[in-house]
Design a protein around this ligand. Structure first.
Ligand code: BGC
Ligand code: ZN
Length: 367
């Protein structure tokens, strides 16, 4: 069967590869779940993998099948699979366990191993193919009523983990009733963070470089949040006008924004860092001021990567809530569909060139 793959380490090497047909018996103990891939989303990680910024092939292969934002339908289950049936819509988690204590308790997103395994990213083939098989531990059921937006669940899970990190950390305060949040970045992750924080009842200010009105700024406002162009009002000034911010969610991956976020954060606030860049930039920052504010303000900054199945499950609940509270909002994120795995070049072109693309995704098969 067909798959979209890269040769890791070789820039612009995306191509169609051939994979052997998977089957439920590929997974031990009768636990195989065979899934038909329906849609696969792409993001900056795929861009960097195709640019040879990172990514590694599985052992025994010179190519890596890409795709980590999957949505599919169960075709067949092994004899020892209980909670999934053929016809169920599903999303697969991305990371697979290594050997650390965290991996062994299902918190593989918190691994302390140096080597991590992620489908479509590092050392494991991804979902940009026709079918895949996996253990039910890594497959989360999605109600059929959410199938139109199911492909967004992987990025939603990243936001769910980030937001939960903030709430977990703030248990240090005994009581934490966050009122105001800032989200920096209005790409798919920033928009989803805006949504999830709105669903938690916060007053949200979302900042990005582009001037309104764009689809992103419209979506921010449609969720009841405030859109601010950083040309007009940089983050630190926005905090003076619209803060103090109890939470700042960083979703740009620009390192200067991290330090602006540290400066803009309110007392007892928490800064959640989700964006990364493969770059090697240095930035000059008002270090003394940031340090003083952090210490005297009891502030926290936390980095967060990936998501385990708990966050996907939470994501399913929030996607359902979002459909009830902001009907049609999530679907508006799905701006750039491309049809069929053979359209991978068009997909990469849209991902690299199209400013207005919030989410580029491949329709592998009909929903
Ligand atoms: C993915 C995460 C992954 C991270 C680092 C992100 O694009 O969504 O699942 O952990 O990249 O590889
Ligand atoms: Zn991703």
């Amino acid at each position: 069967m067909k798959a979209v793959a890269v040769f890791p380490g070789k820039p612009d090497s995306m191509h169609l590869a051939e994979l052997p047909e998977p089957g439920v018996s590929d997974v031990p103990d009768g636990r195989g779940v065979l899934v038909e891939v329906l849609r696969v989303g792409v993001d900056g990680t795929d861009k960097e993998i195709n640019a040879a910024g990172y990514g590694a092939a599985p052992e025994g292969y010179d190519f890596l099948v890409t795709g980590h934002e999957s949505f599919g339908r169960v075709l067949e289950v092994g004899p020892n699979v209980r909670d999934l049936d053929p016809g169920d819509y599903v999303v697969a988690t991305v990371r697979r366990p290594g050997g650390s204590i965290y991996d062994r308790i299902g918190a593989y997103d918190m691994t302390t191993d140096d080597t991590y395994y992620e489908r479509g990213i590092n050392l494991l083939h991804g979902f940009m193919t026709e079918r895949y098989v996996d253990d039910p531990e890594y497959i989360v059921k999605v109600p059929a009523a959410l199938k139109e937006v199911g492909v967004l669940l992987e990025p939603v899970s990243i936001v769910e983990k980030g937001v939960e990190q903030a709430y977990e950390i703030q248990r240090r305060l005994g009581v934490w009733r966050p009122r105001r949040a800032a989200v920096v970045g209005a790409g798919s992750l920033g928009l989803l963070a805006t949504l999830i924080l709105r669903l938690r009842g916060l007053e949200v200010t979302t900042l990005a470089r582009t001037d309104p009105s764009t689809l992103s700024s419209d979506l921010v406002e449609a969720s009841g949040a405030r859109y601010v162009s950083t040309h007009e009002l940089p983050l630190v000034q926005a905090a003076e006008r619209y803060g103090p911010f109890d939470v700042i969610f960083e979703a740009t991956g620009a390192s200067n924004v991290v330090f602006e976020g540290m400066e803009a954060l309110g007392h007892n606030g928490v800064l959640v860092l989700t964006g990364i860049s493969g770059g090697d930039r240095t930035v000059e920052v008002p270090g003394d001021r940031i340090l003083l504010g952090f210490v005297l303000g009891n502030k926290v900054a936390v980095g967060t990567v990936n998501a385990n199945r708990r966050y996907f499950e939470r994501g399913v609940q929030d996607v359902a809530l979002a459909e009830a509270q902001y009907p049609g909002w999530l679907e508006r994120l799905l701006t750039h569909p491309v049809r069929g795995l053979e359209s991978y070049a068009e997909m990469m072109h849209l991902l690299n060139e199209e400013e207005a693309a919030i989410k580029v995704y491949v329709e592998v098969a009909d929903l």
